[in-house]
Design a protein around this ligand. Structure first.
Ligand code: NDP
Length: 244
C-alpha cells in the first residue's frame, strides 16, 4: 500500500480540502499537479510543498473550461510521465431556496460541480485507458445524502456526480478505480461561495460550531489512494460526530 511515487492531479487545490489533500499526499511521497483559479494561493502551496522536499507544480485552471482540464492533465503527464489519480474536488455552494429563483447560481453549481467533473473525466479517461491504470476520486457531500431546504440544487449537483461516478465505475472495467468521498461540515472557505448573505452567516456559524478540519478528509482520500491496484474503495462518508 503506497502513495509514494504516484502522480496526482487535484482540482480546487487553492484552499480547504484540496489544499489539505495536496499537503498530505505530498508528504507521503506523491507528485502533485494543482489546479484552481487563484494563482497566488497555488504558487504559495507549491512553494511550501517543495520547501519540505516534495514535488508539486500548478496550472491556473477554471473547471468551467474544458480545455483547462485537458491542459492540467497534459501538464501532469509531460512533467511527471504519467497520471495515477485525478481528484475532482473543485466545488461551490451558492445555496438558496428554489423559490428565490437564483437561476444564475443554479447554473454556476451545475457548471462547476457537475460539468467541471465531467471535463476532468474527459481529460483523464483517455490517459488512464492508454496507461492501463488510473483512479478517479470525486468529492460529493453529505448534502446529497440528507437533503434539506436550500440545498436542492447543490445536493442535485453532488448526486449527479454520484450517479456519474457509479456509471464510470461500471464502465471502467477491472483496471480503473473510482472513489467518491462525501464530507459533512468541514472548516474551509466554502461559505465564501454562498451568495445569500443570511445563509452564508448560517453556514459560517455551523462551521464554527462543529466543523472538522480539512485534514480529516485528506486522510480519507489518502486511504483510498494508498490501496493496492486491485482494491477499489468505492464510497467514503466523513462527517463531524456532532452532525445531525
Ligand atoms: P473551498 O472553498 O475552501 O475550496 C473550493 C475550491 O474549489 C477552491 O480551491 C476554489 O479555488 C475551487 N474552485 C471553485 N470554483 C472553481 C472553478 N471554477 N475552477 C477551478 N476551481 C474552482 O471549499 P472546500 O474545500 O470545502 O470544497 C472542496 C469540495 O468539498 C467542494 O466540491 C465542496 O462542494 C465539497 N464539500 C465541502 C464541504 C464543507 O463543509 N466544506 C462539505 C461537503 C462537500 P479558486 O477559487 O482558487 O478557483
Amino acid at each position: 500500500m503506497s502513495i509514494e511515487g504516484k502522480v496526482i492531479v487535484i482540482t480546487g487545490a487553492s484552499s480547504g480540502i484540496g489544499r489539505a489533500t495536496a499537503l498530505l499526499l505530498a508528504e507521503r511521497g506523491a507528485s502533485l499537479i494543482l489546479g484552481a483559479r487563484r494563482s497566488d494561493r497555488l504558487a504559495a502551496l507549491c512553494e511550501a510543498i517543495v520547501a519540505k522536499g516534495g514535488k508539486a507544480s500548478y496550472l491556473v485552471t477554471d473547471v468551467k473550461r474544458r480545455n483547462d482540464l485537458n491542459r492540467l492533465v497534459e501538464h501532469a503527464v509531460e512533467r511527471f510521465g504519467k497520471l495515477d489519480v485525478l481528484v475532482n474536488n473543485a466545488g461551490i455552494a451558492p445555496i438558496s431556496l428554489l423559490d428565490d429563483l437564483r437561476v444564475d447560481d443554479w447554473e454556476d453549481m451545475i457548471d462547476v460541480n457537475v460539468k467541471g467533473v465531467l471535463y476532468g473525466i474527459a481529460a483523464a479517461l483517455p490517459v488512464f485507458r492508454r496507461q492501463g491504470f488510473g483512479h478517479f476520486v470525486n468529492t460529493l457531500s453529505t448534502a446529497g445524502i440528507q437533503i434539506v431546504p436550500t440545498m436542492a440544487v447543490y445536493a442535485g449537483s453532488k448526486n449527479a456526480v454520484r450517479a456519474i461516478s457509479e456509471g464510470l465505475r461500471q464502465e471502467a472495467g477491472p483496471l480503473l478505480r473510482v472513489t467518491t468521498i462525501s464530507p459533512g461540515y468541514v472548516d474551509t472557505e466554502l461559505p465564501s461561495s454562498m451568495t445569500d448573505e443570511a445563509l452564508r452567516a448560517r453556514g459560517e456559524a455551523s462551521m464554527k460550531a462543529m466543523a472538522i478540519p480539512a485534514a480529516a478528509i485528506a486522510e480519507a482520500i489518502a486511504f483510498a489512494v494508498a490501496q493496492p491496484a486491485n482494491v477499489d474503495v468505492g464510497e467514503i462518508v466523513v462527517r463531524p460526530t456532532a452532525q445531525g
